[in-house]
Ligand binder design. Sequence first.
Ligand code: WT7
Length: 677
Amino acid sequence: MSQDTTGSPAPAAATSAGHDQAPHVEALENLLHEDRKFAPSQEFAANAVATAADYTEAAADRPAFWARQARELLTWDKDFTDALDWSNPPFAKWFVGGEINAAYNALDRHVENGLGDRVAIYFEGEPGDTRSYTYAQLTEEVKKAANAFEALGVAKGDRVAVYLPMIPEAVITILACARIGAVHSVVFGGFSADALRSRIDDAEAKLVVTADGTYRRGKPSPLKPAVDEALSKEGHTVENVVVVKRNGEAVNWVEGRDLWWDDTVEAASAEHTAVGHDSEHPLFILYTSGTTGKPKGILHTTGGYLTQGAYTHKAVFDLHPETDVYWCTADVGWITGHSYVAYAPLINGATQLMYEGTPDSPHQGRWWELIEKYKVSILYTAPTAIRTFMKWGREIPAKYDLSSIRVLGSVGEPINPEAWMWYREVIGGNGGAKENPAPIVDTWWQTETGAQMIAPLPGVTATKPGSAQVPLPGIAVDVVDDAGASVPNGEGGYLVIREPWPAMLRGIWGDPERFKDTYWSRFEAMYFAGDGAKKDEDGDVWLLGRVDDVMNVSGHRLSTTEIESALVSHPSVAEAAVVGAADETTGQAVVAFVILRGDAVNKGEETVLELRNHVGKEIGPIAKPKQLLIVPELPKTRSGKIVRRLLKDIAEGRESGDASTLADPSTMVQIAESLRK
Ligand code: WT7
C-alpha cells in the first residue's frame, strides 16, 4: 500500500471510492422506500420549542436567522457587527467583532440569573457512586480549575490535552480551558499511548489532564500509564500532568511534572472573572480520521460553534430546561460529547445525566435503570447501542419505567428502519404503554460540522424510520451528482453543504492546504462531506454511508489508511489492506488483509493475534481488526491501487465481483485458495 501521509490525495480517493460505492448504493436503494410516517401528536406540537416559522425565517435571510439565535441564546461581552464574513472562502468568520466567553455562558450567567441551585450534572459512576453538581457548584469548580491551570502557566491560546474518562472533571477541564482561552484537545481514553503522543505533538500541548484510571465492567481500568508511556520519549512540549484520582489504583509519579487534581485544582481560589474572547478565538481541536494515515486536528472556534450547538440542542431535542432531564450517552472524547455534553446543554441551562460505564455493567438493564432513577426525558444515543439492546431482548427494558422519555435522538451512523421502530416502541413507547411514543430525531452531522445539520424538528416534522430527513433551518444541504449538479427527488449522489454554517470547522490545525483539499476541492464552492446520500420522493435525505476510505464502527470513525499504516509498521508485514465490512451490530467491522514479509514466519493464530494487538497499541483497541486474514496477494489495478471492493466481497462472505481490471486477474483466485486452507 502507499504510505502517503502528505495529506492531499483526498479528492482522488473520494472519486475512485465513489465508483466502489455504487453497488452498495444500489443494494440499499430497495430499502429506501418507506411509507410509514409519524406525525407529531397535537399535545407535543402545542408545546414544541421549534416551529415551522424557523424554516421560513432562515430561508429568507440565513445570516440574520443565525444572528438572532446568537443574540437570544448567548450573552456577549461585546456585540458583533456582522453575522458572517465569507469574503475569503473556505475560511469563514461568524459574528465578526463579537466577544464572548463560553464558560461564562455555560455557567456564571445561569447563577446570576437565579438558577444556581438547578442541577447541571447528575453523575453516576460505573461502580454506582453518585455525585451531583448544581450550576453554582459547577461554576465554582470551573473557576478553581481555571485558576489552577493559569497558575501552571497555561495562557490564552496554549493547548491542553485532555485524556479523561466520563467523569465530571472532564467537563470541568473543558470549560476551564474555554474560560481562560486555552485550546483543549480531548483525546478519547480508548486511544493508545502512541495515538495520544502524536496528538500531543501535533498540537504542541503544554498541559495534560488525565486520571489514574476509570472502571470497565466492574474492574479498574488504567489511564495514567498511557500518559507516562506517551511522554517517555523526549522531545515533547508537555510541562505538567494533572491527575484526577478516580479509581485509586497505584500510579507512577514523575516529580516536578505530575500533580494531583486535588492538590492543584481543589486547592485553588474559587474567584475567577471570565473575560470575553474574540468570536473566532480557537475553542478546541479534535482529531478525527480522514482518508490518509494522519488524523486531522479539526479546529472549532467560539461564537458560531456555541450558537449552532445551543440552537440545535434546544430545537431538535425540544428542550424545556426547567423540567427536562437530558442524557447524551456519548463519551467526551468524541464530537458528540463536546457539543452535546460539555457545551450546548450547559449553555441552555439544562439538567443532564453523565454515566461513566458500559451499558452492560453490572447488568444489561443499567441504562433503563438510570432512566427510571433520574427520570430522563431526552435520550441521545447511537444506532449501534440500539441494535445491541435489540439483541439482548425487549424484556430487559420492559422491567423498568421509561414513561419519563419524551424525545429520542440518534447519531453517528444510519439507523436502519427496524432499529428505529424498536427504539420508538420499546423505549419511546415504554414497551407499548404509550399512546403517543416519543418522537425520534435522527441527527446527521460530523466532527467537522460541529453541530447537527440534518434532522427532523420534533413537533413540526412528521418523522420517517431510517431517514435523517431535512436540513435544519439555516443549513444548506444538498445531494449532487458527480458533476456537482443537484439531483432530483428519487435519486442519489454525494452529500454537500452549499453555504457556510456557524459551527463549521475553521480548518485543520496547522494545515490550511489539507483543509481546502479535503473538503472544498471535490466540488466547486461546496463542502464535500464524504457521505453518499439519496433524496426520496418526498425530498427527504437518506444517508448511505461514507464514499471515501473512512469506516464507521459503532459510530466511531476509523480510517482504512490509518490502520493499514499501523499494520505495515510491524516488522512482519509487507503490505496491508483494510476494509469496513457490514456488521449487524456495529454497522461496520474492521477487516484486514495482510501480506507477510518473505522472512516472516506465519505462525497462524499467534501471528494474527500479534498483529491485532499491534494495531491496538498503535491506535487503540477500537481499531483492532475484527478479522485479520493473511493472504499471498492483494487485488490491485495496473496503476497499483488496491481494489477494496473485491476485498469487501470476501469480508462480507460474497462471491467476489468483476476482477477484470486487476493487473493480475488471477489474484482473487489465489486469495480465495489461501483462505480455504
Ligand atoms: C460521520 C461523521 C456526528 C457525531 C458522531 C459522528 C456518519 C453521523 C449520522 C446519521 C447517518 C451518520 C456519517 C458522517 N453519521 N451521523 N444520523 N446518519 N450517518 O461524528 O466521527 O465525525 O463521523 O458519521 O458518515 O460523515 P464523526
